[in-house]
Design a protein around this ligand. Structure first.
Ligand code: T3D
Length: 258
């Protein structure tokens, strides 16, 4: 059985972390499979959106703690270079929008991989734990980059130092995630959101992600220049022509992602 299930339905690639007995804890094969699948989604023109979720009662409990070597010190630099940083880089460079459907607890690297996705939604029973401090580690998977930008430095510091378990509703209230849905609606509403994303002008969405990311280091003048450059690119896509034609003809646009 693969550690990450992969299925394309209606132009949406469904990637499901699949080690439910360990709450979808990350090991080497899961990290490698996830990287391969994200790369495949990037290259496959038939994929217009990616939906990342977990199987069973958890989204992901972070690094598999039973896989640390008992007889020597762990080489975290190697593990982070091989497992986690490539995943975060792919999530931020893949040319498709990525929605994360947090179907249960998201802890450690699991929480921060979720936060690196473009849009994060959660089921009402889900929770988020910056579990690192509890085992003497620091938050990785770009958590120290994204969490303070989402919730502010004070909240991020407290959540990361204390390792509090945050409910889906609290996470939404503090701006950590986009929305939460009741259990009964979760799958349907998440799929609806993915279907909407899959029909939008993909290139413009990816330029939007890039502009937002770069805004964290740019000054205002640099950001204005970047928006100008990206708008020129978006304006030269077929989807822009289609969007304007559809508006003028009072019909729904049929974007192709080109
Ligand atoms: O490698 C590096 O480069 C370092 C990078 C590290 C990145 C990280 O992610 S560090 C943080 C690692 N994750 C954690 O510390 C979280 C550990 N898990 C928990 O705190 C809790 O399990 C949860 C809060 C996630 C859920 O709690 P609960 O009560 O719902 O479930 P549970 O009973 O604790 O867990 C159920 C089973 O899953 C249990 O196994 P068992 O007893 O039924 O055989 C438990 O051991 C297993 N499990 C949960 N998390 C992990 C795990 N097994 C291995 N690794 C885990 N991370």
């Amino acid at each position: 059985m693969p550690d990450v299930l992969f299925e394309i339905r209606n132009q949406v690639a469904h990637l499901t972390l699949n080690r439910p007995d360990k709450l979808n804890a990350f090991n080497r094969s899961m990290a490698m499979e996830l990287q391969d699948q994200l790369l495949a989604c990037d290259e496959d023109d038939s994929v217009r959106a990616v939906l990342l979720t977990g199987s069973g009662r958890a989204f992901c409990s972070g690094q598999d703690l039973s896989e640390f070597p008992a007889d020597r010190l762990p080489d975290f630099e190697k593990v982070i270079d091989e497992y986690y940083n490539p995943v975060i880089r792919l999530l931020k460079t893949i040319r498709k929008p990525v929605i994360c459907a947090v179907n249960g607890v998201a802890a450690g690297a699991g929480a921060n991989i979720a936060l690196a996705c473009d849009i994060v939604v959660a089921v009402s029973s889900a929770s988020f734990v910056q579990a690192f401090s509890k085992i003497g580690l620091i938050p990785d998977c770009a958590g120290t980059f994204f969490l303070p930008r989402l919730v502010g430095l004070q909240k991020a510091t407290a959540l990361m130092m204390l390792g509090d378990k945050i409910s889906a509703a609290e996470a939404e209230r503090m701006g950590m995630i986009y929305a939460w849905f009741e259990e009964a609606d979760f799958e349907e509403k998440t799929n609806q959101l993915a279907a909407i994303l899959a029909k939008l002008p993909t290139a413009a969405l990816i330029l939007t992600r890039k502009a937002l990311l770069e805004s964290s280091t740019n000054n205002l003048e640099e950001q204005l220049e970047l928006e100008k450059k990206f708008q020129q690119k978006a304006g030269h896509t077929r989807d822009f022509m289609e969007g304007v034609s559809a508006f003028l003809q009072k019909r729904i646009p049929l974007f192709t992602g080109k």
